[in-house]
Ligand binder design. Structure first.
Ligand code: NAX
Length: 328
């Protein structure tokens, strides 16, 4: 029998946490033969609700769930962690400036990065979901100098999945027929969903669609503003789809991308495609044996270049802002 994998989830009492924990415990994060220990990190006000969720997890009698610990102490929560899902964050409230948002989140992600640095297992893999996800991941990564930088990633898989679904609807294809779609840049309204290298049942997606106005005026804004559309419709932000994307992100990272396909992950840039080294930006990646690699050699046309550059510019501004605040 395999040793259980320690999975830490922050913000466990939140709405994404509620949608996420049951799927981790039932084996969807790592695989149907991998037992897990859950570590739930919450702020003191969230502990009681997290305990309630833990009671429900117990009541599912999941065969793979070996234990649940609940704490408000980051050092305990990340002790021996193999996978960390950083979901809890400080949301932007009315009238909050970007600087306020970044510094409030720095107060969360800097100490959590340090706690990961000091306590996590050597093979720790971190996914940041809490917004602003890319820059929160950068803050945590900078606070963890002993952990290889590439272990800190940010979630753009929800954007990736949203783009696949929109493209499938437009072309009448099945979602499983869509391959090689890319989200570039920041998980924000500036993100760029790129179909120029994507395939629909083996055909180039951009050629098949052959409609730049649809791309520019419908597809890209629909994907980029989908979060707001969900809030408008549901009266609450995306939760189950965000949890599903977090599951997909880690599952793909650990278990590999399929031959002839890739995925999108926010990762520390190595300078590829003109994205400044060090910022956490979304790229097309393949994964194998628990490691990812940026897909190289893609032709970037003018349409794509302008949009990648705009999103990357936003990320460098966020990096500069957190640097000024002393958070990295
Ligand atoms: P909720 O407000 O429902 O839950 C957040 C939870 O985090 C709360 O229970 C809170 O007590 C806890 N928390 C706050 N500070 C904490 C800390 N320092 N340590 C541990 N726990 C802490 O938010 P939810 O809807 O679950 O969303 C969580 C985050 O995901 C938000 O930042 C949200 O913006 C972000 N999202 C990111 C997405 C992505 O694609 N990257 C999409 C979905 C989502 O909007």
């Amino acid at each position: 029998t395999r040793t259980p994998v320690n999975v830490t989830v922050t913000g466990a009492a939140g709405q994404i946490g509620y949608a996420l924990l049951f799927r981790i415990a039932s084996g969807h994060l790592l695989g149907p033969d991998v037992p897990v220990n859950l570590r739930l990190l919450e702020i003191p006000q969230g502990l009681k609700a997290a305990e309630g969720t833990a009671m429900e997890l117990d009541d599912c009698a999941f065969p793979l769930l070996r234990g649940i610990e609940i704490t408000d102490d980051a050092n305990k929560a990340f002790a021996g962690a193999n996978v960390a899902l950083l979901v809890g964050a400080r949301p932007r409230t009315k009238g909050m400036e970007r600087g306020d948002l970044l510094s409030a989140n720095g107060g969360i992600f800097k100490p959590q990065g340090k706690a990961i640095n000091d306590n996590a297992a050597d093979d720790i893999k971190v996914l940041v979901v809490g917004n602003p996800a890319n820059t929160n991941a950068l803050i945590a990564q900078a606070a963890a100098p002993d952990v290889p930088a590439e272990r800190f990633t940010a979630m753009t898989r929800l954007d990736h999945n949203r783009a696949i679904s929109q493209l499938a609807a437009k072309t009448g294809a099945a979602v499983s027929d869509i391959k090689k779609l890319t989200i570039w840049g920041n998980h924000s309204a500036t993100q760029y969903p790129d179909i120029f290298h994507a395939e629909v049942a083996g055909k180039n997606a951009a050629e098949l669609v052959n409609d730049e106005a649809w791309l520019a005026d419908t597809f890209i804004p629909t994907v980029a503003k989908r979060g707001a559309a969900i809030i408008e419709a549901r009266g609450a932000s995306s939760a189950a789809s965000a949890a599903n994307a977090a599951i997909d992100h880690v599952h793909t990272w650990v278990n590999g991308t399929a031959a002839g396909d890739w995925t999108s992950m926010g990762i520390p840039s190595d300078g590829s495609y003109g994205v400044p080294e060090g910022i956490i930006s979304s790229f097309p990646v393949t994964t194998k044996d628990g490691k990812y690699e940026i897909v190289q050699g893609l032709d970037i046309n003018e349409f794509s270049r302008a949009r990648i550059d705009a999103s990357v510019k936003e990320l460098t501004e966020e990096r500069d802002a957190v640097r000024e605040l002393g958070l990295i």
